[in-house]
Design a protein around this ligand. Structure first.
Ligand code: SF4
Length: 250
């Protein structure tokens, strides 16, 4: 499937009506705390026909890190452009969306939910989710698939990060959206994935070999430990200070 850059028919997204119905129920709540609890429920368990809208860990990310996508890879603003380091045919997030129906529909519903929630409700519901979990969650990564679309995404994530700081939760992302106003990102860590502008806390890039590794750059811990140290165990990209990070160019 070719990139859409966000131009797709929302009404045709599988499960969108069930999400809209869940959001209408939330809108009718009289008490704000009830709104927060219901959004937390959506984050944890979703609605009829969906799973939860937050995930925790995967093969590269430890379970103490939550993941929320603001859009899909198919709709990514940087798909198949010079800003993205990965050729479109190699984008692993897009491959999953191409191969199966569920990931694309789920990420498009995530985008819809993201656009419907204000930052305070997002942050409060997130805190309720992690209070209910058995294991510690101390970080959230935005956009494992897709990327920041406009300055509003940066401002919203920043507001969420500011609120989550009080709960000792780190917020971080990787982005190739170099043209946006990243000076608004004062409360979360940005790993910039191209060098078209100086916009993040560090550069996260692909390097061919040890010989080509610049002095101020270290190899990704996950790569050099053969997957033993996951993101979340390793905090190199989560902390706002520290060296640039490289993954091996395949
Ligand atoms: S350096 Fe650490 S935090 Fe960054 S991608 Fe690798 S394992 Fe994850």
């Amino acid at each position: 499937m070719e990139p859409t850059y966000g131009d797709y028919d929302r009404d045709s997204v599988r499960g969108i009506d069930a999400l809209r119905s869940a959001l209408r129920d939330i809108h009718e709540c009289d008490e704000y705390q009830e709104v927060v609890e219901k959004v937390a429920e959506l984050f944890m368990n979703g609605h009829e026909g969906s799973s939860g809208y937050l995930s925790f860990g995967n093969n590269k990310i430890a379970k103490n890190v939550a993941i929320f996508n603001m859009n899909s890879a198919t709709d990514c603003p940087n798909a198949d452009t010079k800003a993205c380091q990965v050729p479109w045919s190699d984008c692993y997030a897009h491959k999953a969306e191409n191969q199966y129906d569920a990931p694309l529909a789920s990420r498009r519903r995530q985008e819809y939910l993201w656009d419907c929630l204000d930052s305070e409700t997002f942050a409060r519901a997130f805190v309720r989710v992690i209070e209910r979990k058995n294991n510690t969650v101390d970080a959230i990564r935005f956009s494992e698939a897709g990327d920041f679309r406009h300055d509003g995404d940066i401002i919203k994530v920043n507001n969420i990060a500011k609120m989550l700081e009080k709960h000792d939760i780190d917020v971080y992302t990787y982005s190739a959206s170099y043209q946006l106003s990243w000076n608004e990102a004062t409360h979360f860590t940005v790993n910039q994935s191209n060098d078209f502008a100086d916009y993040g806390d560090r550069l996260f890039t692909a390097v061919q070999s040890d010989e080509e590794l610049p002095e101020n750059m270290v190899w990704c811990a996950y790569d050099v430990s053969d997957g033993e140290h996951k993101c979340g165990d390793c905090k190199l990209c989560i902390n706002d200070e520290g060296p640039d990070v490289a993954v091996e160019l395949h």
